[in-house]
Design a binder for this molecule. Structure first.
Ligand SMILES: Cc1ncc(COP(=O)(O)O)c(C=O)c1O
Length: 350
């Protein structure tokens, strides 16, 4: 199933390339399952389904850019109200549903805390009330998690990440299984002009050909690194749903077909030592993005999640020594050696 989905995406993207630019904003909408977009605008297109006065419930741990878009643009300027809840417990989501609720926005596992929510349970509760469930599936890719099969209505991927996989294109796509919703989104996409360029389409279609191979390797490398970190004295906590110590490991096994390449962990050190730890790494480049073949490392508090209010970061546990890794497909021995050396130089805060 995972490879057929990848192939469907590939075919659509190639079809888009061969047709070229059909007209303003219309180049890459080919079949009613996938809408390809340019960059972070994928979330904007989903939000364009809403009207002023509508209410959205979102996971409180999200990619920082999504939260910024929701609060500082849609809430501040368009009067769409957001409640951010801990969706690990589906009841917290259901309790916030009101007559105005039109959408539930989920990310699972979340960026950067690697928390999960039960897509099926939340989708069932939403379906009874005609509420759209949107899932940002960027971390897992369709290879490891397919939210439409679990009851979600719209699935978003930043193709910049695993689908392209080579960190040389910016884009996004929406996956749907409902013609009516597709027509609405297609109309809005066309009106907004949010399309992927032919060259980016080519790059993503090339990347998708190796998605299964890459995802297997990301997963195997990340698992080995998570286990290594978990046993290291300079590491306080590791967040990776593939570890049996992860509080939602059972849900991860049920809902996903693998655990992916994203790990976060907390060093037993302060901000200076954490920065030095990152600077010493040779195989992990200090950078914000994720999902490419090369390993990356970053400090969310100063980088990807700097726009999240400090008190919210504290509440979530995104502290100064909280590090996020995007584990690439390099040889695992090189990655472990790199981490081991840099960790050995860390001066513990205790
Ligand atoms: C989970 C998640 N979703 C969406 C995005 C947006 O990516 P882009 O701007 O490349 O579309 C990111 C970026 O880091 C992300 O981590």
């Amino acid at each position: 199933m995972s490879s057929s989905l990848a192939i469907a995406a590939l075919v659509v993207l190639l079809a888009g390339v061969s047709r070229g630019l059909i007209g303003f904003g219309a180049a890459l909408i080919i079949i009613p399952t996938l809408v390809t977009l340019y960059g972070p605008v994928e979330a904007v297109v989903i939000m364009s389904l809403l009207e002023s006065g509508d209410h959205v419930i979102a996971f409180n741990d999200l990619y920082g850019g999504s939260r910024r878009l929701f609060t500082q643009v849609f809430q501040a300027k368009f009067d769409i109200h957001f409640d951010f809840v801990d969706a690990r417990n589906a009841k917290n989501v259901v309790d916030k549903i009101s007559d105005e609720t039109r959408m539930i926005w989920l990310e699972t596992p979340t960026n950067p805390m690697m928390r999960l929510c039960d897509i099926r349970e939340i989708s069932e509760a939403a379906g009874e009330r005609n509420i759209i469930v949107a899932v940002d599936n960027t971390f897992m890719s369709p290879y490891f998690q397919r939210p439409l099969e679990l009851g979600a209505d719209v699935v978003m991927h930043s193709t910049t990440k695993y689908l392209n996989g080579h960190s040389d294109s910016v884009g996004g796509c929406l996956m749907l299984n409902d013609d009516e919703l597709y027509d609405k989104l297609k109309f809005n996409q066309n009106a907004i002009g949010a399309i992927l360029s032919p060259f980016d389409s080519f790059l993503v279609s090339r990347g998708i050909k190796t998605l299964p191979l890459r995802m297997e390797r990301h997963n195997a490398n990340a698992m080995a690194i998570a286990q290594f970190l978990e046993n290291h004295p300079k590491v306080r906590t590791v967040h990776y749903s593939g570890l049996s110590s992860h509080p939602q490991h059972e849900l991860a096994k049920r809902q996903m077909q693998g655990f992916g390449g994203m790990i976060s962990f907390e060093l037993d050190a302060g901000i200076k030592e954490s920065s030095r730890f990152l600077e010493r790494l040779k195989f992990f480049s200090l950078a914000e993005s994720l999902g490419g073949v090369e390993s990356l490392a970053e400090l969310p508090a100063l980088m990807t999640h700097a726009s999240v209010p400090p008190e919210e970061r504290d509440r979530l546990g995104i502290g100064d020594s909280f590090i996020r890794l995007s584990v690439g497909i390099e040889h695992i021995d090189d990655l472990l050696e790199d981490l081991e050396w840099s960790l050995s130089q860390v001066k513990s805060s205790t």
